[in-house]
Design a protein around this ligand. Structure first.
Ligand SMILES: C[S@@+](CC[C@H](N)C(=O)[O-])C[C@H]1O[C@@H](n2cnc3c(N)ncnc32)[C@H](O)[C@@H]1O
Length: 372
């Protein structure tokens, strides 16, 4: 079954996601802010969910149309072939609604109209009077931008950033998808470059790097909403998983290193690495000022404290100065990559970045400073 697919990502990571899709063999990609569209089939749904590292969710695109009044919204929604996916007992919440620069701005009204249009269509096509909604789940996303409506069905469920290796959640880690994006942007090569995160917290950047280095598909340790859908044969999921298992580079010979001054964070990091099945990440309790390496060249990728809470800014700014000095002293020929929202970072670090890129860490606007 041919279908249009929308892959979402964090703003700023579109080019990285595009590279991932090209590397997986996909072509004819339409890149827009925060998403990429492509054509695929049922196998594509399994493949993208299991393999993409920087994607948030994989959606089936049901249709897009112009609507500047409720009648157009209802009629065009009811024209789409919902019955191809949603059975007569299935659940179909309109769970994500957004409207920007559009005449139809009341989200709750648009949500109710879309629901009613789909109900009407399904009642007719399945030849039933009521839809009890107790079966499989097909969450529907409704987006309106400049009066252009896009309707899609979520195939993923819990966001793809949840890989299934997080042991504890009592500290605020960087999102896994963003951490993977930082590793890709740094162009780190497992067998060539040493990698250190000297403020590693719960180890997310290093775990993502080690998974990339060993070619471990990020979705191997978790489930997806569409695994329960009857139109995607179980065999397609099994084949994609088996293929991903066979592609793990079990003989990849590299190590990555993390340190931090927080004991609790380090014990979480060790647990997370173990849950991810990685034994090549070495964590130590150490201040970044004391971190050194015998290798002349390598990469530092880190997500330092942001100092966003009241009274913490001065501390974080001093830390950035100290970090800049430590990098000059102990790692003069290494490349460093730092994500922070602090606009004065380059001045504090003591060097102008070779490159910087705007990225969002959750809702926080940051820059990824790259020093080669
Ligand atoms: C934003 S958190 C990093 C979160 C991490 N990326 C993760 O995914 O969990 C910043 C980390 O810097 C550590 N840190 C602060 N000052 C440090 C220092 N002087 N040396 C080493 N680590 C430090 C903190 O303990 C904290 O874990």
């Amino acid at each position: 079954m041919k279908t249009s697919i929308i892959v979402t990502t964090a703003m700023g990571l579109e080019a990285v996601l595009k590279r991932e899709l090209l590397d997986l063999g996909y072509r004819d990609l339409i890149v827009e802010d925060g998403k990429i569209e492509l054509e695929g089939d049922l196998t594509t749904i399994c493949h993208l969910n299991i393999w993409l590292r920087t994607a948030g969710r994989i959606y089936l695109k049901m249709g897009t149309f112009f609507a500047d009044d409720f009648d157009a919204l209802f009629d065009n929604t009811a024209e789409l072939e919902w019955e191809k996916w949603i059975g007569k007992n299935d659940i179909f919440p309109i769970y994500k609604v957004s409207s920007k620069n559009s005449v139809l701005h009341s989200k709750s009204q648009c949500q109710a109209i879309v629901k009613k249009a789909i109900v009407t269509r399904l009642q007719k096509k399945h030849n039933v009077v009521s839809l009890p909604e107790y079966g499989n789940e097909f969450p529907i996303r409704l987006q309106i931008n400049k009066n252009q409506v896009t309707l899609s069905i979520d195939t993923t469920g819990q966001s793809l950033s949840k890989r299934g290796y997080r042991a504890h959640m009592d500290i605020a880690p960087i999102r896994e998808t963003l951490a993977a994006g930082l590793v890709y942007l740094s162009r780190w090569r497992a067998e060539e470059d040493e990698l250190i995160d000297p403020m590693c917290g719960s180890g997310t950047i290093l775990i993502e790097a080690a998974m990339i280095g060993k070619n471990i598909a990020p979705g191997l340790n978790r489930g997806f909403l569409s695994e329960n859908w009857p139109m995607i044969p179980k065999k397609l999921w099994e084949n994609t998983q088996e293929d991903a298992l066979s592609k793990i580079k079990t003989d990849a010979d590299f190590k990555v290193y993390g340190s931090d001054t927080n004991h609790t964070a380090l014990s979480v990091a060790r647990k997370n690495a173990e849950l991810a099945g990685l034994d090549n990440i070495f964590f130590q309790n150490r201040d970044f000022k004391d971190v050194q390496s015998k290798r002349r060249r390598g990469k530092i990728i880190t997500n330092p404290p942001y100092g966003l809470r009241l009274g913490e800014q001065e501390d974080s700014q001093q830390l950035y100065k100290d970090f800049g000095n430590a990098c000059q002293e102990h790692f003069p020929e290494w490349s460093s990559y730092i994500i922070t929202p602090d606009k004065s970072f380059e001045m504090l670090y003591g060097k102008k970045a070779t490159k910087k890129r705007k990225l969002f860490n959750g809702p926080t606007e940051c820059h990824f400073y790259q020093f080669y």
